[in-house]
Design a protein around this ligand. Structure first.
Ligand code: BDP
Length: 708
């Protein structure tokens, strides 16, 4: 089913009366259900810049909440809501200009002045974008029942660029997308401009996302043709009022493939010229175009190394073309080749030596972990270490390696663990977040990216709870000091209800859900033991003759009669030495390496005593089983929530949890029965017995390759 556009849905919802009307999730967290607000702020009228999007967004929401817009006239003795930038005289009267200037064009102040029945609540910013963010903040407070009559809030974002990466192909499929086809309907443009573009913009702006890359990092040159650029212009026009800038992924071979040049060598003057002219053309069509995202010399894609040039030479050539227009290059560090070198070490090996060689409008985009969005990874050692170049984290919102849109996995906990990891590279407390957000290192740009989980499904993200990951990405990009708990609580209140009997258990379920998935998939630092290609189910035995070893699970788990795990210690691949001291030593020693990462860094004997006294084998069994038990507990929690949720969303989540429960048992049985062939040890007798035969599990071949 396709989303019809929020406005239509909203009017339908207003027409329907009753508590728990069926909801398809298309409104995301932007639900202003009158019956759900226990208290409303005492605003009696509104003043300010009525032509701003911020002002009309507020009125739009207020109308849904109370049935009518807030009047523009009122008595002095009542509670005025004043929304405006410094252009408004009334704002300048109530808030000092420099206070707002210091917060920048995206920052804002929400402040109540006056007392008793004579008060004014101001939402103010130095810029239109900040004003919009301020209004969404106010609405969030109203939605979550925390809008007090006296507010004193001042905010500004931690990262400058808060960007979604769509892995959307021009034919409408989405690589690693599990929520239907792409929302960018290229074949309908320019004739039809989908109302979804505006809904999308609004949803993003409501959580502070201010940028988007429309197409897949595995980019085809076609996106840079005049025809597509004209279509991009139309999408950009829809997103602009919500302060979202458009970026594109480019294919490094475009000069040869599109321009007919002999090659795409970055040092070839004709190639440089081609990119300069292309940049001029793009900016003539889309004057506020953001820049390029580039995946080069990675997984078979072309890049500067094809011509013996470095990543820096490639990135700088593009950066020079974009520079006169204020554009930037986001150059990805996701590179690895089938060499002898441990895959986890390769990005660091390639990029560290280039530190300091990039132009100031280049930023290196680094995945959170050194391998590839695994259920759990240590942070990439480039963070903290590469100091002369701006670095931006890339997170994966779409659940490529976490059960697609079938499993309930709230990712804010994972992202918090990553952002708060202490790299130690600039002393204690040099966390990933502080080394990328401009606190510890000064670069002209700071940014953070998330690979989107958005598609044409009515609920946008496939699973109702997957919406929380889109939401959480935006909130953490805005303020990474928020806790996963705070974000979950906000999201639940806005998306479902603020009823504590619902919020408390559901929040706990969300907060446990990531560790749970890690436990039933890949506990104790195991990684990449997925089935060939689709990355959904388990296939730790997978061995495809002739395939790249680093695309096969045994490369990562190394299970044998001796033990299991990847030896990355100083006596193994020595990946530990890419981390700054004292972390390198902590990881190097199995006794100090956290249990959660033990098999990431070490090959460990089956009867190795763990910190809790169990043997490794037993602990592995208990972890898998614990994961299964947790999902069963989630089912119980959810079933109890039926009175608080409309039946459409209730049943949808209920059926997904059933799938998740079955998958968890599948993972547990597959991994334990397979690893048992090496350990030769019994599965502890107090654990539920396997219900599958290993040989049967080995026959499962899901055709999920084209699951879009
Ligand atoms: C991997 C995905 C692949 C992406 C690649 C990337 O399996 O589809 O193209 O990452 O990030 O996780 O470039």
């Amino acid at each position: 089913m396709q989303k019809k556009g929020l406005l239509l849905v909203i009017s339908l919802c207003l027409a329907a009366i009753g508590q728990l009307n069926a909801e398809d999730g298309s409104r995301l967290w932007l639900r202003f259900q009158p019956q759900e607000f226990r208290s409303l702020p005492s605003f009696t009228h509104i003043r300010g810049d009525a032509s701003s999007v911020a002002y009309s967004e507020f009125q739009h929401a207020w109308q849904e909440i109370s049935g009518s817009c807030l009047p523009e006239r009122g008595r002095e003795t009542e509670h005025t809501l004043l929304i405006g930038t410094l252009k408004e005289r009334q704002i300048r009267r109530l808030i000092k200009g420099h206070e707002l200037q210091e917060l920048g064009r995206e920052g804002y102040i929400i402040r109540t002045t006056g007392e008793g029945s004579r008060r004014t609540t101001v939402v103010a910013s130095a810029g239109e974008a900040g004003l919009l963010y301020g209004v969404y903040h106010l609405l969030r407070l109203i939605q979550t029942g925390s809008c007090h009559d006296s507010l004193a809030i001042s905010e500004q974002p931690r990262y400058d660029i808060r960007i979604l990466n769509h892995w959307d192909n021009l034919n409408g499929t989405v690589e690693r997308g599990y929520a239907g086809h792409s929302i960018w309907q290229w074949d309908q443009l320019p004739l039809h401009i989908s109302p979804l573009y505006k809904d999308y913009a609004r949803a993003n702006a409501s959580v502070g996302i201010n940028a988007t890359v429309l197409n897949n990092v595995n980019a085809t040159p076609d996106i840079l043709t005049r025809g597509y650029l004209e279509k991009v212009r139309l999408i950009a026009n829809e997103l602009r009022p919500y302060h979202i800038r458009v970026y594109l992924s480019i294919n490094f071979s475009s000069p040869a493939e599109l321009g007919g040049l002999e090659n795409s060598d970055p040092l070839n003057p004709e190639v440089e010229q081609w990119w300069k002219r292309k940049a001029d053309e793009i900016y003539q069509i889309i004057p506020d175009f953001g820049g390029f995202l580039v995946k080069a010399n990675s997984e078979g894609l072309p890049g500067p190394q094809d011509y013996g040039r470095s990543h820096a030479e490639g990135a700088n050539m593009l950066a020079d073309a974009l520079k006169p227009h204020g554009g930037i290059v986001m150059w990805r560090a996701f590179v690895y080749n089938p060499t002898e070198e441990d895959r986890a070490k390769q990005a660091y090996s390639e990029f560290m030596s280039l530190d300091g060689q990039f132009r100031d409008n280049v930023i290196i985009q680094v995945k959170n972990g050194p391998v590839d969005f695994q259920p759990r990874e240590p942070f990439s050692p480039l963070f903290g270490a590469m100091q002369q170049t701006a670095l931006m984290p890339e997170l994966q919102i779409t659940q490529e390696y976490l059960g697609f849109s079938n499993h309930l996995v709230y990712l804010a906990t994972q992202w918090k663990e990553f952002l708060e990891s202490d790299t130690h590279c600039m002393g204690e407390g040099s966390t990933v977040a502080r080394s990328t957000d401009g606190t510890l290192l000064t670069h002209p740009l700071t940014a953070i990216a998330g690979v989107a989980n958005i598609g044409l499904d009515a609920n946008w993200s496939g699973h109702h709870f997957a919406q929380s990951n889109w939401y959480a990405f935006g909130r953490l990009a805005w303020d990474h000091t928020l806790t996963a708990e705070e974000i979950a609580e906000e999201w639940i209140g806005m998306t479902f209800t603020t009823e504590p009997a619902f919020v408390d258990p559901v929040r706990e379920m969300m907060l446990n859900s990531w560790e749970t998935a890690v436990d039933y998939m890949m506990p104790l630092g195991l990684h990449h033991i997925f089935a060939w290609d689709h990355h959904y189910g388990p296939e730790p035995w997978c061995d495809i003759p002739g395939a790249r070893p680093d695309w096969l699970p045994p490369y990562y788990h190394n299970a044998s009669e001796e033990g299991i795990g990847f030896d990355r210690s100083t006596t193994g691949s020595d990946a530990v030495s890419q981390y700054c001291a004292p972390l390198s030593e902590t990881f190097n020693n199995p006794a100090s390496c956290p249990d959660e990462l033990l098999l990431w860094f070490h090959h460990i004997p089956w009867d190795h005593p763990m910190q809790n006294g169990r043997t490794l084998w037993d602990e592995l069994c208990y972890r898998y089983d614990g994961g299964v038990q947790q999902v069963r507990a989630f089912q119980k929690v959810w079933d109890r929530m039926e009175p608080y949720v409309d039946s459409e969303r209730f049943r949808h989540v209920q059926s997904r949890l059933r799938i998740q429960s079955r998958d968890a048992v599948w993972w547990k049985d597959a991994c334990l029965l397979y690893f048992q062939t090496f350990s030769g040890k019994p599965i502890p007798y107090d654990i539920e017995r396997p219900v599958h035969e290993l040989e049967e599990l080995k026959k499962i071949k899901l055709d999920l390759k084209h699951h879009n």
